[in-house]
Design a protein around this ligand. Structure first.
Ligand code: NAD
Length: 256
């Protein structure tokens, strides 16, 4: 008997990095998986990695900022799987540059994907979660949403992730009435395509030695925390933001 047998999980951004690791871990524990991602080629690769029968894994090419695409995907998921138990919001993009360099177009796009995408997919998932009699939503925020980790962090990204934490708390308060728990996970630095790109432009220089555990997280280490929050083991946990950063935020001082 697996922990998530018979359950259906939607993972946004599930074609890469943290989202893919969550999809793999949930699939291993018996869940059926629906990946929502904007990158069709990565979805195909992710489905090949999962290597599940078609009735246990489907991909939907969706931009989480596009309401029509999101609603259409959820109605297809309903028709295919017939239920929904878990929503993991891992779709995200990183912003670049200082406040002066952040033009309004980038500001809006980062807020749209990283924050409005969480609102949009949670709202679309709600009818099915209510029908299931409850469920779990796990939103991927970031330590950048808790404090100014470094002057290099983009303002739009920090604002969006702070918003994800507030949105998570408010949804938890509201949706508890339906048996839906809502939690956030705030990773520090994780080995994914997103962080590799940041490293390649030198944006992460010197960080590893500041992390008490002296290394980046593997995506699977973030996924395990998401699985805990989605599982019945976390039945009394809602509205929390679980920081998974190798100890970084506890040692950060304001001059780092
Ligand atoms: P990633 O780039 O590997 O994966 C992000 C996925 O989101 C990609 O598959 C991408 O195609 C998808 N995506 C992007 N925009 C989308 C959109 N508009 N609609 C649908 N899908 C979209 O990055 P990751 O590192 O796995 O990041 C996952 C989440 O974790 C993000 O929210 C990110 O901000 C957060 N996070 C990452 C780190 C890190 O160090 N990697 C740290 C803290 C938080």
């Amino acid at each position: 008997m697996n922990k998530f047998d018979g359950q259906v999980a939607v993972i946004t951004g599930g074609a890469s990095g943290i989202g893919l690791a969550v999809a793999e871990a949930l699939a291993k524990e018996g869940a059926a998986i629906a990946i929502l991602d904007v990158n069709a080629a990565s979805i195909s690769d992710a489905l090949a990695t999962l290597s599940l029968p078609v009735e246990r894994a489907r991909g939907y090419t969706v931009d989480v900022t596009c309401e029509d695409e999101v609603l259409d995907a959820f109605s297809q998921i309903d028709a295919t799987f017939g239920r929904l138990d878990i929503l993991v919001g891992a779709a995200g993009i990183i912003g670049r540059g200082s406040l002066e360099e952040t033009e309004s177009e980038q500001w809006r796009r980062v807020l749209d994907v990283d924050l409005s995408g969480i609102y949009m997919t949670a709202r679309a998932a709600l009818p099915a979660l209510k029908r299931a009699g409850g469920g779990a939503i796990v939103n991927i925020a970031s330590i950048a949403g808790i404090r100014a980790v470094s002057p290099q962090v983009n303002v739009a990204y920090a604002a969006a992730k702070g918003g994800v934490i507030s949105l998570t708390e408010q949804m938890a308060a509201e949706l508890a009435a339906y048996g839906i728990r809502v939690n956030a996970v705030s990773p520090g630095f994780v080995e994914t395509p997103m962080s590799r790109e940041q490293r390649s432009i030198g944006a992460h220089h010197g960080w590893t030695r500041r992390i008490p555990l002296r290394r980046y997280a593997q995506p699977s280490e973030i996924a395990e925390v998401c699985l805990f929050l989605a599982s019945s083991q976390a039945s009394y946990v809602t509205g929390t933001n679980l920081v998974v950063d190798g100890g970084l935020t506890v040692v950060l001082t304001s001059d780092t």
